[in-house]
Design a protein around this ligand. Sequence first.
Ligand code: UD1
Length: 342
Amino acid sequence: MNVLVTGGAGFIGSHTVVSLVEAGFNPVILDDFSNSEAGVLDGLEHILGFKPKTYPENCRNGDTLRRIFHEEKIEGVIHFAAFKAVGESMQQPLKYYDNNVGSLIILLQTMLECGVSNLIFSSSCTVYGEPDTLPVTEETPVKPASSVYGNTKQIGEEILYDSVAAGNALKIIALRYFNPIGAHPTAAIGELPRGVPNNLVPFITQTAAGLRESLTVFGDDYPTPDGTCVRDYIHVLDLAEAHVSALKFLLEMKATNYYDIFNIGTGHGASVMQLIQTFERVTGQSLNYKIGPRRAGDVTAVYADAYKSEQHLGWKATRSMDLALADAWRWQQAIATDKNPA
Ligand code: UD1
């Protein structure tokens, strides 16, 4: 079965392409490479033994989508393509609303027009904001978004809900990702942030590799056991496999009109300090870090109750944080020699 993967050259997208092939699906990538490198396709070829069919185009174009749906006989879509830099989203809100919300609307319109009904949407645990209770279930109230990026995910979920509630022939799952880390164990694909990384693990691996002088821990005065923020770090391959489980779930169901939301996390919270210590233990590297002030917009703690995903999708995370950090480090070492981040 042919599956369109928008943003398939990105971090989560590329790992999902691998998981799809392993599960017997035929992924077709649509990616404009605005935040990814063509070298990802070489990495995929190394792992898969072939280069997945790729359309190097923007997905916010109905003509492009229509053409691909017909040419490739697409039966399902996994929609990763979006901008994701929280800080930039505050500086350039229209760029984010236009791309993230605009692409979803055009995608849904074209799916309806072309009779493609199955969709997996990338949402984020950012929709829970600072939750009142932990772990967060899918029933935990959504909080007003603290960033434009976060708001594009909330609006995205509302658009999906309303489109299905209107009775359209659409079967849709929104996956609320917690914090993806790690890389493919071959180190042929992984996370490739441009410029200074915003996320913790790429910053750690670049610091250990000597590309950054030191890591700043953003605050150690939070009301957590060691004072640093707590997150649910999940191996990107576990996250990738959740998409395969969700897609199979949609394909097997009898309903023709369906929308639901699932948390995709491990169910375990880890603090920034725990993550640093685990990285040092697993890799044998000693990390140069210092404690700095809190980062605006960070929540104290968020981690998933992943029971619903296990119960309905038959999916749960199986890989450890040790493995994820070892894989992230192996990937960093593989790229340190030929990629020199600004
Ligand atoms: C961030 C985004 C979130 C997005 C997610 C995608 C913010 C506020 N949130 O989540 O919307 O969905 O990335 O992966 O940007 N940290 C440090 N030093 C660093 C970098 C991070 O101490 O140099 C800490 C942060 O304070 C946080 C933890 O590490 O406690 C994880 O940070 P990060 O990887 O940026 O993820 P989130 O902030 O959880």
